[in-house]
Design a protein around this ligand. Structure first.
Ligand SMILES: Cc1cc2nc3c(=O)[nH]c(=O)nc-3n(C[C@H](O)[C@H](O)[C@H](O)COP(=O)(O)OP(=O)(O)OC[C@H]3O[C@@H](n4cnc5c(N)ncnc54)[C@H](O)[C@@H]3O)c2cc1C
Ligand code: SF4
Length: 512
């Protein structure tokens, strides 16, 4: 059953086998697996329930309803997260990428992660892909924007391909980040969560978990607030007592909850080791109309400059075709005022390439005096170098595809009409707040590892110090898990559910 604030008249008290905080990529998998295995499950989800009739294709409405947007403490980086039932999959671009084998090998070698070999994980990836109905985008489905990336990179001899995605009967309308109005995107709202509900899970929406408490070394209850859906102010208290508590609130919020709860942080690493896969955008104007907002928005990638090995995992950068609606595109354009207006008037003729850079842990989440997260991130020199190289390569690809002008997302307009002008990128550099840097794939703040001194959770994602407390979301990756992390998070969550069920006596006692 989905329980909304309208039905709540006083403090909420629940007792369950499993309490899950967050209903996104990780939380929805655990909810389904545990409920289907016969356990009582309560999910607390801070966001609201949005479904097909709510998705009105208006970025103004949908961003406000379903997103969390935050800046780093120096305002140099913009972070996008979901704030809705179903989490990231409801608003994401539906690209489904498996973790490269070398990343799993590296985790075993460098962090002592057990039982997570590519062979072991393969069945969990298969399961998640079957539920999400993943399929490869066909060449005929590339829109003009993604075609530009493909044509430009292919003509330069660069490697690339179309994505696998969780879409079925897609009508190619282009509104994926604002909720799919056709239920073509196979989000958690169409598979994992309905299965969890059918198996008896209770899903509280507009229910924010604030703290997790321990007793005798075991997690035992979650306390939080039922929020007014409009004002987001506290309407009632909520308390859930559970034998197993699963934190699945995403990288920023899971760290926030651990820090506010003052538990599970004996290593001092909760909130530390943040990686963000910084993105920037390179746009271009073409003579002909491309109408890049039509069609599947993010369908082709060029991974010529991406490397993966067993020492550091993923490094370098990749280019992706990514386009969206005018409000968001305008935030990526150089300059302000009349210049920006003039560029936006040529929106139909624009193409956009996303530069996704692989970084190493360089940031952290701490709390301000109100217990809210503060994100700081100091971009490493190697990451700046990779970002500049990525912008250069994006410009080369765009010119190769026939662009007249290439625009970089600097505050001071940086527009070139010829490759000979590319040195402007080194002149501008990557200075904080001087250009658009965005993150969609934050990871690492509750990293897993074998050593309690250098990690927050163990190889099965249970806290090293608080028994029966699991962190199962993007925060557990000690290095970037893949170019897009939804599928990997789901596969890892399937494995953790399997582990809890296999060890049921340990977690639920002999009566289960
Ligand atoms: C615009 C966008 C596009 C993306 N595109 C892709 C893509 O194409 N492919 C891909 O693989 N990845 C993509 N991602 C990333 C991916 O969606 C996320 O990394 C992934 O969903 C993270 O999974 P998670 O379980 O850690 O958190 P989420 O899926 O974010 O779920 C966390 C849930 O917890 C809830 N929550 C937070 N705090 C609390 C609290 N205190 N109490 C209760 N509930 C709470 C949130 O509201 C949310 O529903 C994209 C992300 C964004 C923002
Ligand atoms: S492009 Fe396809 S998946 Fe995306 S919103 Fe439109 S119909 Fe849904």
């Amino acid at each position: 059953m989905i329980l909304s604030p309208e039905a709540i008249t006083g403090p909420v008290f629940e007792q369950a086998d499993v309490c899950i905080i967050g209903s996104g990529s990780a939380g929805s998998v655990i909810a389904m697996e545990m409920a289907m295995a016969g356990y009582s499950v309560v999910v607390l989800e801070e966001g609201g329930p949005f479904t097909r009739p709510d998705f009105n294709k208006k970025e103004r409405d949908m961003l406000a309803a379903m997103y969390r947007q935050r800046y780093s403490d120096d305002l140099s980086i913009l972070f996008y997260q979901a704030n809705c039932l179903g989490g990231g999959p409801v608003i994401n671009m539906a690209d489904c990428v498996r973790t490269p084998d070398a990343v799993f090998h590296m985790w075993e070698k460098n962090y002592g992660i057990e039982d997570m070999s590519p062979a072991r994980m393969s069945a969990y990836f298969d399961k998640a892909e079957a539920i999400l109905k993943t399929d490869k985008i066909k060449d005929t489905q590339l829109n003009r924007n993604n075609r530009v990336l493909k044509d430009g990179s292919t003509s330069l001899g660069y490697r690339g391909d179309t994505f696998h995605t969780n879409r079925e009967h897609c009508v190619e309308c282009g509104f994926c980040p604002f909720g799919c109005p056709y239920d073509s995107k196979q989000t958690t709202m169409l598979n994992y969560l309905p299965e969890a509900l059918a198996a008896g899970a209770q899903l509280y929406v507009y229910a924010r978990a604030d703290r997790v408490e321990q007793k005798d070394g075991k997690a035992w209850r979650v306390t939080g607030s039922i929020l007014n859906p409009v004002t987001k102010r506290k309407m009632a208290a909520v308390e859930v007592r559970a034998k197993v508590i699963v934190l699945a609130a995403n990288t920023i919020n899971s760290a926030q909850i651990l820090l506010n709860s003052a538990i599970g942080n004996e290593s001092g690493l909760a909130g530390k080791n943040l990686l963000i896969q910084p993105h920037t955008m390179v746009s271009a104007l073409f003579d002909e109309e491309l109408k890049g907002y039509r069609g599947i928005p993010q369908a082709y990638f060029c991974d010529e400059f991406e490397k993966v090995d067993e020492d550091i995992g993923l490094s370098g950068f990749r280019l992706e075709g990514g386009f969206t609606t005018p409000g968001l595109v305008s935030t990526m354009m150089p300059g302000f005022g009349p210049g920006l207006k003039e560029r936006m008037a040529r929106y139909n003729n624009m193409a956009n390439v996303v530069v996704l850079v692989y970084d190493q842990p360089c940031g952290q989440v701490t709390l301000n005096r109100y217990g809210r997260p503060v994100i700081s991130y100091q971009m490493a020199d190697a990451t700046r170098g990779a970002m500049i190289s990525g912008m250069r390569e994006a410009a080369k690809v765009l010119f190769a595809a026939g662009a007249r002008e290439v625009m970089f997302a600097h505050e001071v307009p940086t527009v070139i009409t010829d490759l000979s002008e590319l040195s402007i990128l080194e002149q501008r550099g990557i200075e904080p707040c001087s250009q658009l840097v965005v993150s969609f794939h934050m990871q690492g703040t509750c990293r897993m590892g074998a050593d309690p001194a250098t990690s927050v959770v163990d190889s099965y994602l249970e806290s090293h110090t608080v028994k029966n407390l699991f962190v199962v979301d993007a925060s557990i990756s000690p290095s970037t898990v893949s170019s897009h992390n939804m599928l990997a998070i789901m596969a890892i969550a399937h494995r953790t559910a399997d582990y809890i069920i296999t060890n049921k006596e340990k977690y639920f006692g002999s009566t289960v």
